[in-house]
Design a protein around this ligand. Structure first.
Ligand code: MN
Ligand code: MN
Length: 306
């Protein structure tokens, strides 16, 4: 059933998704909370990884988006399976390590876990930030190509901090798009999938694009969809996205994972990869390999070889 997939191609796209996410985070963080016109008057078109920004980052330094994704990745790898407690434990240790940045909803949920062992935040119509979606990639890689497993992992990890139907729908849609792109789907197929989300949740309609790129999940996804679908390269998608400003590290991270999955490693500019923190890239390579190797697709292909 899965034997028509090329596992080497899947590994390449999975790696490009994870590295693309980190690049989007590091690139966008410089212009986070700026407006598009502030970015334009300061940089013209902003297109290089230079650090700085309100967090005063080193060039290539990543923020909470990548760090929380790595928390999930390490939990799966260490447990050799899915354990929500292990994910929450890693979030807790991360928060206690005084991270460079942490969103309010994430902080609240992780604190409730530390104080009461709460693994699922109560439903909240205001918790529709992008903090659950930005970190889903390890759960996506570990479930390739099984969309039922994907849903379970993605929603369980989301609800540690964000329990909201709009956030949930966005997380699932992004996860499915990533599965499809990593398995080699064409853009027309991805576009149809997003059309499905928009018909169920019209709030995600992104054409005409309103130009809002805040941390609200709807604004974040409209921005990513707008730039991903109109761009013809990884670079074009990411530059367009982060130049909208707003929550630029997170729109950058989400666009970076999607565009990375779609275009693969060879389309990621070397001038960006070279600027990244080498330790972070090395860990990404390692965990990506382990997550893909433990996914249903790789296990199936191993089984039929024997
Ligand atoms: Mn961030
Ligand atoms: Mn952010």
């Amino acid at each position: 059933m899965f034997n028509h997939y090329n596992i080497e191609d899947i590994r390449d796209r999975a790696r490009a998704a994870f590295i693309g996410m980190a690049i989007g985070d590091a690139l966008g963080a410089t212009v986070e909370f700026m407006t598009a016109s502030e970015i334009a008057s300061k940089y013209g078109i902003f297109r290089d990884i230079i650090g700085g920004g309100w967090l005063r980052l080193k060039p290539g330094q990543v923020t909470d988006d990548t760090e929380m994704a790595l928390c999930i990745a390490r939990a799966i790898v260490k447990n050799q399976g899915w354990s929500l407690e292990a994910v929450a434990d890693n979030f807790a240790a991360w928060l206690k390590s005084r991270p460079i940045d942490c969103g309010d909803t994430c902080r609240k949920g992780i604190r409730a876990y530390i104080l009461n062992g709460q693994l699922e935040s109560p439903p909240n119509k205001w918790d529709a930030g992008n903090g659950a979606a930005m970190r889903i990639l390890p759960a996506v890689l570990f479930s390739i190509p099984d969309d039922e497993l994907l849903k379970k992992y993605v929603i369980e990890q989301a609800h540690i901090t964000h329990n909201n139907p709009v956030s949930d729908a966005a997380c699932i849609c992004l996860g499915e798009l990533l599965h499809m792109a990593i398995c080699g789907a064409e853009k027309t197929r991805l576009l149809r999938h997003v059309d499905g989300l928009v018909s169920r949740f019209p709030t995600f309609k992104y054409d005409p694009y309103r130009g809002l790129a805040t941390g609200y999940i709807v604004d974040t996804f409209q921005t990513v969809f707008h730039w991903f679908f109109r761009a013809r390269t990884f670079e074009e998608a990411l530059v367009g996205t982060v130049n909208q400003g707003g929550d630029a590290d997170t729109t950058g991270a989400i666009c970076g994972m999607l565009a990375g999955a779609y275009y693969g490693m060879e389309n990621i500019p070397k001038r960006w990869t070279k600027k990244m923190d080498m330790k972070v890239l090395a860990e990404i390579d390692l965990v990506t390999d382990q997550l893909v190797s433990a996914s249903p697709i790789a296990r199936f292909q191993e089984a039929i070889k024997q």
